[in-house]
Design a protein around this ligand. Structure first.
Ligand SMILES: Nc1ccn([C@@H]2O[C@H](COP(=O)(O)OP(=O)(O)OP(=O)(O)O)[C@@H](O)[C@H]2O)c(=O)n1
Ligand SMILES: C[C@](O)(CO)[C@H](O)COP(=O)(O)O
Length: 241
């Protein structure tokens, strides 16, 4: 097997506007209990104990902001700030360009702000263990239909074969650099790797890693923090590690 040691670099795409959330600030800078989603995402990666450095990819107008103003003095020395692009894949590419001597990268949405650190660790371990592309997944609770352009149902895929996909998604850095060259309309990084015909492996995801996309998601995230549920559940995962 090839050498699986070497640095793990987190890439946090945080350059989206958050149109569906509808807040004034770009979504990653919206606060949850006094801390921005971006700050929370950075700490998740560092606290996993498996990520050496983090590249945060922010809206271009914020790219000159010192790291300690974005994430505090604790992790700032391990954080690089770069400007994002028009689409998520463009922002991930900017992060890859700044990933330096990374052996592996973990690409993690700032919008999955309550992700427990142990999920990052699970992805990293799978990479160290020999996988080149690893994604966290959860079973789907709803029945999923495919539809045509008129909204008419064309099929009902077997739910047992479907999974909802989360981040962080982990990759051999050379593989993701190759895959990201032609992003097209892919909605996640693993989809680009699939297009190359390379295998993508799964690990168990976590309900706390849900993506804060709509106002309802924001209500849920704030309620989880206010009730102590997020911290309690995250600590339980840590004990199980
Ligand atoms: N050009 C973009 C678009 C998205 N993202 C980031 O990718 C993650 C997942 O995207 P999503 O949740 O869809 O965020 P937005 O694109 O901001 O949401 P919307 O589509 O509602 O505007 C977020 O952390 C977002 O900041 C990014 O870095 N660059
Ligand atoms: C990458 C992702 O979070 C995996 O579920 C998701 O596909 C991002 O989609 P978005 O439309 O950019 O939120």
């Amino acid at each position: 097997m090839n050498d699986r040691s070497g640095p793990v670099v987190g890439i946090i795409p945080a350059a989206g506007r958050g149109v569906r959330l509808g807040e004034t600030l770009p979504k990653a800078f919206v606060e949850l209990d006094g801390r921005t989603m971006l700050d929370r995402a950075v700490h998740t990666m560092i606290d996993s104990g498996t990520v050496d450095r983090v590249v945060i990819v922010v809206p271009p107008e914020l790219a000159g902001t010192p790291a300690d103003e974005l994430v505090g003095t604790g992790p700032a020395g391990r954080v690089t700030v770069v400007a994002g692009g028009a689409e998520r894949a463009d922002s991930v590419r900017a992060g890859l360009d700044a990933a330096g001597d990374a052996r592996f990268v973990l690409v993690h949405d700032a919008a999955r702000a309550l992700t427990p650190p142990d999920l990052c660790a699970r992805v990293t371990w799978a990479l160290r263990d020999g996988k080149d592309a690893v994604i966290p997944v959860l079973p789907v609770a709803d029945t999923i239909k495919s539809i045509d352009t008129d909204g008419q149902v064309t099929g009902t895929p077997d739910r047992a074969t479907l999974r909802a996909v989360q981040t962080p998604q982990g990759f051999d850095v050379a593989l993701l650099r190759r895959a990201n060259g032609d992003a097209g309309d892919a909605t996640d990084d693993a989809g680009l790797v699939e297009r190359l015909g390379e295998p993508v492996h799964t690990v168990a995801g976590d309900p706390l890693a849900f993506k804060i996309t709509t106002p309802l998601d924001l209500v849920l995230a704030r309620a989880l923090l206010a009730s102590g549920t997020a911290a309690r559940e995250s600590a339980e995962r840590e004990q199980e590690r």
